[in-house]
Write a protein that binds this ligand. Structure first.
Ligand SMILES: [Mg+2]
Length: 201
């Protein structure tokens, strides 16, 4: 089987009102399903804007995040076309079910291991059931490369990865950046790969 032992990666990017998975509602979900190995050929993509219940959520933004949500058009889209979170959950689980079985999908993206996973488990239970317990997280790879003195590789990835100040903070745009960054590392680090040495001569 493959490195990830599952046939597909489910690249997910969530936009929320804040960082508390139980208090901050999800506003947007981007999904791109790809093959599990580089170059990560895409199978399907979807972006869903969510309208949280009530209006207390509108007070949860920090000033900086509120400005970002107003500038990139997400808040306008939430009011214009947002659907209930339960509908979004059902649709995303159905998209994955058309492609594979529960646990055929590894959650992938940037920061998904510590951020998006918590929100998915708390607010998207049907989608959560389709995912394996582990993740493929390019944010962890980025920081790990820097930690082993390969920050020059990370800096070279920034224009394609778009993980700096120019990040869109919209679901699908962010995922395209995460995919671009992962593909860049796959190509750049391939030259360092050597066949395994035998244990005995
Ligand atoms: Mg994002």
């Amino acid at each position: 089987m493959t490195r990830t032992e599952a046939p597909y990666l489910a690249w997910i990017d969530l936009e929320t009102t804040g960082v508390d998975a139980h208090q901050d509602p999800i506003l947007e979900i981007g999904l791109i399903v790809t093959e599990s190995l580089a170059p990560f050929s895409p199978l399907t993509k979807r972006q869903i804007v969510v309208r949280p219940e009530g209006d207390s959520w509108t007070h949860r933004f920090s000033p900086k995040v509120l400005e970002m949500r107003l500038t990139n058009g997400l808040l306008a889209d939430v009011f214009a076309e947002g659907c209930p979170i339960g509908e979004a959950d059902e649709e995303l689980a159905a998209i994955l079910s058309d492609i594979g079985k529960p646990h055929d999908f590894v959650l992938a993206g940037s920061g998904v291991a510590h951020f998006d996973r918590r929100f998915i488990d708390a607010q998207l239970p049907r989608l959560s059931k389709m995912l394996r317990y582990y993740t493929v997280d390019v944010g962890i790879l980025r920081r790990s490369l820097a930690a082993i003195n390969l920050s020059s590789v990370v800096e070279a990835a920034e224009p394609v990865g778009n993980f700096g100040a120019t990040k869109a903070h919209r679901g699908l745009d962010d995922i395209e950046g995460h995919l671009g960054e992962m593909r860049f590392y796959a190509e750049r680090l391939a030259i360092a790969a050597v066949p395994s040495l035998p244990l005995e001569p």
